[in-house]
Design a protein around this ligand. Structure first.
Ligand code: KG4
Ligand code: ZN
Length: 437
């Protein structure tokens, strides 16, 4: 069964085609990161407009790369939530229109469930070698760590979940994003912190770990505040920007930048990447070829501008945080040079410690046969390394491209939902706050 899936819950427009829940035939992703970078976070309305611009080119690319036509598509899946309402609307309406026009069953998928099922997809490397790793075994403990979620879930079968613990305040990815803003490292924060932490001393600053003893819950807001205090000790604060932020306006770490208060954004071209594994795909009439292709295309800026309404004009030019300070930047009088690498490494170590320790306890207590890590933070190298050292059971995580938002994971989850007969009609609507447990 070939499922075509659409994912637009946040800042990636993605369309994928996956066979039987595991074989990725195409996974086209148009990232909007450059569009939101200047605001230090995702601006929902801009995300929505960009999804409108990119959804059809991305859809066409996915079909082209898979070498399939609509005749070969058995169902259409889409993320219904949780996510940003204006962004979800684009994907859900596109999916409904396509399902109606092409007379295909429509399957709605919970985004978090999609992240879990990214562990069912066959990674490109294995696919290239003609291998398929065994499916995850139940019971499995799932650690979901994304920008909006941090949850420990016990999965005893397809669609059978029990919540073991969750964050009581910030999500792990959100904590990374906020820490990156405090350190002036830009958006998205997770990769920036990881990069800055490389070569830093994770033991230099003893940042607090909120163990919330006796529970499998998480808390990261105290850690973020502790980081801010350390930064302030060096003479930097939200009201007194670091030297490299001098010409810019700093904002509080909890305040999203106001896009209305900026100069007119330049709509940068959306880069679309897609991948298709090389491997011995059994030849069928519907598969045109099986050569690997990893490529990208760009929407010309003029084209994008013509199709995107211009946002309101500038009130002031603000950029909340700048990239890492240049080597030569001199500290202001009374300020000391901020040890960004050590702070980033110490922060990352604290987050990783908490995530790994709680997951290890959850796995031991529930008798899990495997641990599955999913969501954007699963891309973190320190987390992966520590999991390997600490866990007593096998664990797996998706390849980098499948950790962050993508439609292949939505297709994988839909496969199990579809075979479970959970098919939706055209009354399907977005669920921005959807829960699946
Ligand atoms: O799953 P995802 O792409 O989107 C949501 O559903 O939220 O996760 C995005 C989050 C962001 O907070 C980003 O900073 C974080 O994942 N992230 C990372 C890394 N790569 C992405 N966090 C830590 N280390 C990384 N390498
Ligand atoms: Zn996500």
């Amino acid at each position: 069964m070939n499922i075509l899936a659409i994912e637009t819950s946040c800042d990636e427009t993605s369309v994928a085609i996956v066979r039987d829940g595991r074989d990725i035939l195409a996974n086209a992703i148009a990232s909007q990161i450059p569009l939101h970078q200047r605001y230090g976070g995702v601006v929902p309305e801009l995300a929505s407009r960009q999804h409108v611009v990119t959804i059809i080119p991305v859809l066409e690319e996915a079909l082209k790369r898979a070498g399939l036509t609509w005749v070969n598509i058995d169902a259409i899946a889409v993320t219904k939530g949780p996510g940003l309402s204006p962004a979800l609307l684009v994907g859900v309406n596109a999916a409904k229109a396509l399902a109606f026009a092409r007379q295909k069953p429509l399957v709605a998928v919970n985004h978090i469930e999609g992240h879990i099922y990214s562990n069912w997809l066959i990674p490109e490397q294995e696919a290239n070698e003609g291998r398929a790793p065994a499916e995850p075994r139940f019971p499995a403990v799932c650690l979901i760590v994304s920008g909006g979620h941090t949850e420990l879930i016990l999965m005893t079968g397809h669609g059978q979940y029990r919540l073991l613990g969750k964050t009581v305040d910030d999500a792990a990815g959100e904590a990374f994003d906020k820490a990156a803003r405090i350190l002036g490292l830009g958006y998205p924060g997770g990769p920036a912190i990881q990069k800055a932490a490389d070569g830093g001393d994770p033991n230099r600053f003893n940042l607090p770990r909120a163990w919330l003893k006796g529970t499998l819950d998480f808390s990261f807001s105290g850690l973020k505040t502790a980081l801010l205090r350390r930064v302030e000790e060096y003479g930097y604060s939200a009201s007194k920007p670091a030297p490299w932020q001098k010409s810019q306006t700093a904002v509080s770490d909890d305040t999203p930048a106001d896009p209305e208060a900026t100069e007119e954004p330049q709509h940068r071209p959306a880069t679309v990447t897609y991948e298709r594994p090389v491997r011995a795909v059994p030849k069928s009439a519907s598969i045109a070829g099986n050569a690997a292709e990893v490529s990208s295309f760009t929407l010309e800026p003029e084209e994008a501008r013509a199709r995107v309404q211009t946002p309101p004009p500038a009130r002031a030019a603000h950029i909340p945080y700048a990239p890492q300070p240049p080597e030569e930047s001199a500290p202001e009088p009374g300020s000391r040079t901020l040890p960004v690498a050590d702070l980033a490494a110490s922060f990352q170590a604290a987050v990783v410690d908490i995530l790994v320790e709680k997951t290890a306890v959850a796995a031991a207590e529930s008798g899990a046969r495997e641990v599955l890590v999913a969501g954007g933070v699963a891309a973190n190298a320190a987390l992966r390394e520590k999991m390997g050292e600490r866990l007593g059971v096998p664990f797996r995580y998706p390849p980098l491209v499948l950790c962050t938002d993508n439609a292949a994971m939505i297709a994988a989850a839909a496969y199990y939902r579809y075979t479970d007969s959970r098919v939706y009609d055209f009354s399907l609507d977005i669920e921005p706050n959807a829960r699946f447990i």
